[in-house]
Design a protein around this ligand. Sequence first.
Ligand code: ADP
Ligand code: MG
Length: 152
Amino acid sequence: MEYKSKNIEDTLALASKLAHLIPYGSVILLNGDLGAGKTTFVQGFARAKKINEKITSPTFTLLKIYAITDKNCLVHVDAYRLENALFEELEDYINENNILLIEWSHNLKNQEIFEQYLAIDFTYISKNQRKITLTAVGEQYQKIIEGMKQNV
Ligand code: ADP
Ligand code: MG
């Protein structure tokens, strides 16, 4: 699915729609150049999940965890600085209670930990425009994209 974002609010709204459709246990891989809108998307997702903390790129910490409910969390990862390195502990966070949003997932060497996932690719078009492409790997994510299409 391809989506044309005309401004930040469009990107935040798309993220919000996804936040309402996607179940806990999901893995979302966000790729695209610096400034393409990955962190903005995570901010929109977090806002829809009523997370009040400010979401910033966890470039130096690799990973940040935000509580959504007593047992559910949003796990935000930024692998920008990893450059083909292993991040073995990441697998431990993939479970039915968490939603993972992973910026620069292509930088991770241990890609095999992602069996099924939603890939979201961001392309810079102009100052305020971005192309956002959603690709499902796995049947459950295909259904989510179908749901997104009906909503957008
Ligand atoms: P990334 O995490 O991919 O490096 P960020 O989300 O941190 O990117 O930064 C995106 C920048 O582009 C922000 O400064 C944001 O305000 C700006 N921007 C302009 N138009 C858009 C848009 N349509 N969608 C997302 N961000 C946009
Ligand atoms: Mg970022």
